[in-house]
Ligand binder design. Structure first.
Ligand code: AMP
Length: 550
């Protein structure tokens, strides 16, 4: 099936064609699994068509922006493909966004229709900003409608206070079943894969202001096939995927949804990460693949009684989004017997750029080799026109079919994001003789310390070597003498006890004097992004607020 699409070079195809190929090839196989209730590929194909027809009846077509503000549920997958099949563009929203973030992204993207679950906690925020932000429709999807029968009844009866409250006659709200009433087949829309935007993926990018990366159909469909080829997923035999990462994040969009669909795999959708539940699910459902971020694998490693759990069904785990500490990878591999490989990417590259090949050579500390048809260039930080030779650190720049068209409605930021046609990632790294990429840090996170560049990652990796440390983050704080000085924040493993002074002493044997943090603070928890990556910006803000005049 993939050969049809990928005989030789990766040709641009519309994203819905990837689903259609799997619906044709694997109609009776389970595609989605939500709390044990299943939908086959045939069911999924039919639902996508029906919803696409309904969306078209509501005026969705080429140029329309439809927001998905959903936790992982079958609706996330159905609407993702249906919006595109109707001819529209998907705009991914985090259901955790506060009103200010929702308002900004709705306006900036020109989203006119938003899809939400019938959960008050999400619906109420969207409804509150709808009029002023310019939403014309809110499609409300009943959770009871996708749960197994008994759970659905219990949800309807006992969770009433959690249900969204809205007026069906207000012209704004549209219940999901009404979308299904417009026939089984959408009007066929001609999608130009090279120019039509499949997904607007919001990201802080390198400058911090959230902006929409325009990912074309060709970008998104190419990246799925690049990963499939690079990782040789068909040979590994991925049959069931654990979908814990939120699908509104681009890493999950590919590794939890599109790639498994290309393989005809079953996707076990998990709306919320809760450690105990996820471990139970792995034992009960026996998924073979589990994409995650390092904090998830670290949490599993540290789970009480983890040695008694049976996680042996897993054969492939893919970590991305943030550096995977070696200790975390090694312990996870011992506990599960499964391969945990690290990849690298960003929203602007749909997202995967490189990965360690699961069946090939995995290099410690490396994010692997470039995907097929992808070129990684390292540019001098001081003189960006100069290409760095092998082994020299510089800015990682990328060319390939997965690189975005630009930022939506932002020509200046788009121009800044490219260097002679290659995407500037804002990450510092180097390539070794075998073409393996090693990331050093993000340019904006580098601590400028008395004329030296201190890479927070070096401090963090050294802290992870301490057995009491569960999570570690280092940032630059204002320093009157050196300009900036490093400061580290850690959380400790359950039951572990250690003082900042002990950690300082431990660090002094691991890193150079200039890299030593001025202070180490032990906290109960550290800020995380919506996808679970440790997030520095809140800590940077806190420290700045503490230092008057900065
Ligand atoms: P986002 O666009 O929000 O997914 O963030 C992309 C950024 O995450 C990249 O520019 C990198 O700084 C970082 N990143 C992604 N994967 C890795 C990785 N394996 N190791 C280190 N940093 C990573």
């Amino acid at each position: 099936m993939l050969d049809r699409l990928d005989g030789g070079a990766i040709v641009p195809v519309p994203v819905p064609e990837l689903l259609e190929a799997s619906v044709a090839a694997f109609a009776t196989r389970p595609a989605l699994n939500f709390f044990g209730r299943k939908w086959t590929y045939g069911d999924l194909g039919r639902l996508v068509d029906q919803v696409a027809a309904g969306l078209q009846a509501e005026g969705v077509g080429p140029g329309s922006k439809v927001g998905l503000c959903l936790p992982n549920t079958p609706y996330s997958v159905i609407f993702f493909f249906a919006v595109m099949k109707a001819g529209g563009t998907v705009v991914n929203f985090s259901p955790l966004y506060v009103e200010r973030e929702l308002r900004h992204q709705i306006r900036d993207s020109g989203t006119t229709m938003m899809v939400v679950p019938d959960l008050k906690i999400i619906h109420a925020r969207v409804a509150a900003v709808a009029h002023e932000a310019g939403l014309r429709r809110i499609v409300v999807c009943p959770m009871a409608g996708v749960l197994p029968t008994v759970k659905g009844i219990l949800f309807s009866l006992f969770k009433r206070k959690d249900h969204a409250v809205f007026d069906l006659g207000d012209g704004l709200h549209l219940p999901f079943d009404r979308l299904l009433a417009h026939g089984a087949t959408p009007k066929s829309v001609r999608i130009d894969p090279v120019n039509d935007i499949a997904v607007l993926q919001y990201t802080g990018g390198t400058t911090g202001v959230p902006k929409g990366a325009m990912l074309t159909h060709a970008n998104v469909s190419a990246n799925a096939r690049q990963v499939l080829r690079h990782a040789d997923c068909e040979r590994i035999g991925v049959s069931k995927v654990l979908g814990v990462l939120p699908l509104f994040h681009v890493f999950a969009m590919q590794t939890v949804m599109i790639i498994p669909i290309c393989l005809g795999a079953e996707i076990v959708l998990v709306p919320r990460f809760a450690l105990g539940d996820v471990l139970d699910l792995i034992e009960a459902e026996k998924p073979t693949m589990f994409p995650g971020v390092p904090t998830i694998y670290a949490a599993i490693n540290g789970a009480p009684g983890i040695e008694r759990r049976d996680l042996t069904a897993l054969t492939l785990c893919i970590s991305g989004g943030a550096p995977l500490p070696k200790e975390v990878r090694e312990r996870f591999e011992v506990l599960t017997g499964c391969k945990l490989v690290e990849g690298y990417g960003l929203s602007e590259t749909s997202p995967v750029v490189s990965a360690n090949p699961p069946l090939g050579l995995v290099k410690d500390g490396s994010v692997g080799t470039a995907l097929p048809e992808t070129m990684i260039e390292i540019h001098d930080l001081a003189d960006p026109q100069r290409l760095c030779p092998m082994g020299e650190k510089g800015e990682v720049c990328v060319r390939g079919p997965q690189v975005m068209r630009g930022y939506y409605n932002r020509p200046l930021e788009t121009a800044d994001a490219f260097l002679n046609g290659a995407l500037r990632t804002g990450d510092v790294g180097y390539l070794d003789a075998d073409g393996y990429l090693f990331l050093v840090d993000r340019i904006k996170d580098v601590i400028l310390c008395g004329g030296y560049n201190v890479y927070p990652r070096v401090i963090e990796e050294a802290l992870y070597l301490h057995p009491a440390v569960a999570e570690a983050v280092a940032i630059g704080i204002p320093d009157s003498y050196r300009g900036q000085a490093p400061k580290a924040f850690v959380t400790l493993r359950e039951g572990a006890q250690v003082s900042p002074a002990d950690l300082m002493e431990f660090l002094s044997a691991q890193i150079s004097k200039i890299e030593m943090p001025r202070e180490i603070e032990i906290r109960d928890s550290l800020p995380k992004s919506v996808v679970g990556k440790l997030s520095k910006k809140e800590l940077v803000e806190e420290e700045r607020a503490r230092t008057p005049g900065q």
